[in-house]
Ligand binder design. Structure first.
Ligand code: C5P
Length: 224
């Protein structure tokens, strides 16, 4: 049903949360259904792209025609993305855990019993996948896109994030209203050229529109 505008392009998309083990039965994670990332992967495939979808644990089925790589931790996600390169486009939709337990026990941690001290957990910083891929010298995709959920000053925060991460576009999601947890999203696409506010629409419509924008951008860069 797509236009085939992305035929010959390779796109890598991350989606879902990551899961950072504390021991074999416990983990740190983020809320993320994976819906927006899966919709984007599907929309890119529908435009004819070869899509590698690197996904943390989610409860939804992958879209047709994508290569699914399942991961758990942020470090596994980064490794899977790097192994999927070279790519023309990287879209970082995953809700990556910023920290992980510094040590993961190989056996289940036990409660020591009444009166014993509550254990504390030391954290270690996870790699920033978006920033790492944005700053690659070799194999940097020609278009690197990050996501940002903002509640206020959407433009300023997104513009700052664009610089900090070194990516080309930020898809800023205005979560100040009642979009959180819903089926619709309110998006502002922030690029070096400025900000493009989209009307509120469903996650599938966001995905289709973003896929079209990506096709236009790749087409334009090819003409130069
Ligand atoms: O810094 P913040 O988490 O708000 O940035 C969100 C963007 O960065 C998203 O595109 C997300 O996928 C990406 N990210 C990442 N690795 C991290 C943290 C965020 O790729 N460790």
């Amino acid at each position: 049903q797509g236009s085939g505008a992305l035929e010959g392009a390779h796109c890598v998309v991350t989606a879902g949360p990551t899961r950072e083990p504390l021991d074999p039965v416990r983990f740190l994670s983020n809320h993320s259904s994976g819906r927006q990332g899966y919709a984007i992967a599907g929309a890119l495939a529908a435009e004819g792209a070869r899509v590698t979808l690197v996904s943390g644990p989610v409860a939804i089925d992958p879209p047709h025609g994508v290569d699914l790589v399942k991961v758990e931790t942020a470090r596994q996600m980064l490794k899977a993305v790097e192994e999927a390169l070279p790519a023309d486009v990287f879209v970082s939709v995953a809700a990556v855990a910023d920290w992980r337990p510094a040590r993961a026990a190989t056996k289940k941690l036990k409660i020591k019993g009444a009166g014993s001290a509550t254990p504390s957990m030391e954290l270690a910083e996870n790699p920033d996948i978006l920033r790492t891929i944005s700053n690659k010298r070799k194999h940097r995709p020609s278009l690197v896109i990050g996501f940002a959920a903002e509640t206020n000053d959407v433009e300023e925060h997104a513009a700052a994030k664009l610089k900090r991460k070194g990516c080309d576009w930020i898809v800023a999601n205005d979560v100040s209203g009642d979009v959180m947890g819903g089926t619709e999203n309110e998006i502002a696409l922030v690029t070096q050229d400025g900000i493009d506010r989209w009307p509120r629409m469903g996650k599938d419509a966001v995905a289709r529109r973003l896929a079209q924008k990506i096709a236009e951008a790749l087409d334009g860069s090819g003409d130069e």
